[in-house]
Design a protein around this ligand. Structure first.
Ligand SMILES: [Zn+2]
Length: 457
């Protein structure tokens, strides 16, 4: 197979990045692909694979082209190079395995020199015919059978543009790195390397290593239609930063690993910031921590949530220390501002509730979107923890909620003390459960009132 690469390598950004495509529209994505951004690295005019004659050596050569560009052409038998090569460099990748392995096989026959063909004393004529040796060595001589050729072809030609396996997209990145190094670019200055792929066999939007701990390059790849989609690029970089996906339960009871429209790590391409648990994982927000000690059962807590886009002092992280094995619950308010300016309508101006078992910044775990309060749905109950979150009001920069942890059925004591054991938002005689209890004991008891509700911001 021959590989041709044309394009330019640029160390400096020479052109403004194209404006981002409108979210979630294939048409815009296609337009973005037709007008690719000009990154400070490799700008490929074309990278394509083409079949050469069957016996073509599998080597990739890169030559310096005119005008600072590069032209690469395979040294394929019968295939003319795209342009005359001024200086040809054969790149090798996946050292020590190179793309071209030369070897010679030398059969030795020990025969006396009298022309009779008799074997020398102490030996005998060959036991294996040359034809058999060829069958053992050359894949072409023995198609489908294990041969030296099939072994080294498998490992020695690590990638192609005709498929999208691990070695393929890493092979493309290796070649790009090698060429940049040859041109004097010190890639060690850049922790993250985002490879913008040409149209290829890769069906993904993007791909990235999850977590870069320094033991390997922080690589990510964007498919051809997504070079200029901010959410797609940020999503892949997010994987490098140890974030897993942002999912949600779907209507059929299954789990959609990309189903969180409020999370950067969900599906492409609506622009949005990380969801509340991921923002906390990144250290971008410092949410208020609640646990069994700070959230006693039956005692409703009123909380003001600032917009997550506006301030790092935002959100709640509730560790249900009273309920073994239940993941922490995150509550955050999202408005259309800054990185969230393109938040989907159904996700904007909503209090979003997630659960996530993320324990530290290096703990790549999927987050689970649970609910959005606002737009008609104002209460979320979590059976596993007994937590009830209510929306009180939502404004342009903050929302007010109440958080309550269930402590069982109402009792005479809880009703008299004004606690909300059942977290129904009502206390004292204003709670039908209490009213029933109090009527039994004090038939003419004065109502104790109820929690203030309906506060607007
Ligand atoms: Zn992803």
């Amino acid at each position: 197979m021959a590989i041709e690469v044309t394009g330019e390598w640029q160390q400096q950004r020479q052109q403004q990045q194209q404006p981002a495509a409108a979210p979630g529209r294939a048409q815009s994505a296609a337009a973005a692909a037709a007008r690719p951004a000009q990154p400070p690295g490799f700008v490929a005019a074309s990278i394509r694979a083409s079949r050469a004659t069957a016996a073509a050596p599998r080597a990739v050569t890169v030559a310096a082209g005119a005008g600072g560009g590069v032209v690469a052409a395979a040294a394929a038998a019968g295939g003319a190079a795209a342009q005359p090569a001024a200086a040809t460099v054969v790149l090798s990748y996946h050292q020590p395995v190179t793309s071209t392995l030369t070897a010679v096989f030398i059969p030795i026959v020990a025969a006396v020199a009298d022309g009779s063909g008799a074997a020398c004393p102490g030996t005998a004529p060959p036991r294996v015919a040359m034809e058999e040796v060829k069958k053992a060595v050359f894949a072409e001589a023995s198609p489908g059978a294990p041969t030296v050729g099939s072994t080294f072809n498998h490992y020695g030609v690590p990638w192609s543009f005709e498929k999208c396996d691990f070695d393929d997209f890493n092979g493309w990145a290796d070649v790009a790195d090698a060429e940049l190094a040859r041109r004097g670019v010190d890639l060690s200055q850049y922790k993250h390397r985002v490879y913008l792929l040409p149209p290829s066999a890769c069906a993904f939007v993007g791909l990235a290593y999850i977590g870069c701990d320094g033991s390997y390059d922080c690589r990510s790849w964007l498919a051809a239609d997504y070079w200029a989609i901010p959410q797609a690029i940020a999503h892949e970089l997010g994987h490098n930063l140890f974030m897993a996906h942002a999912g949600s339960s779907d209507t059929g009871g299954g789990f959609d690993e990309y189903g969180d429209s409020a999370g950067l790590m969900g599906s492409c391409c609506s622009p949005r910031c990380p969801n509340t648990p991921h923002a906390w994982q990144l250290g971008w927000i410092a949410p208020r921590l609640l646990d069994g000690g700070s959230l006693p059962a039956g005692q409703t807590l009123e909380v003001s949530l600032a917009s997550q886009a506006a301030t790092p002092r935002s959100g709640l992280r509730i560790v249900p220390s009273w309920a073994a094995g239940v993941d922490p619950i995150f509550v955050g308010y999202r408005t259309r501002a800054r990185g969230d300016v393109g938040l989907a309508p159904e996700a904007a101006r909503r209090v979003h509730i997630h659960t996530a078992a993320i324990a530290n910044p290096y703990d790549a775990r999927v987050t689970v979107w649970r609910a959005a309060l606002g737009g008609g749905a104002d209460v979320w109950e979590h059976p596993a923890s007994g937590l009830v979150v209510r929306l009180v009001g939502a404004g342009p920069s903050a929302a007010a909620i109440t958080v309550c942890r269930k402590g069982g059925a109402e009792t005479v004591a809880s009703c008299a003390a004004g606690r909300d054991n059942d977290c129904n938002g009502l206390v004292g005689a204003g709670d039908p459960a209490c009213a029933a209890l109090l009527r039994k004991r004090h038939p003419r008891h004065t109502p104790l009132g109820k929690l203030p509700r309906g506060r607007r911001l």
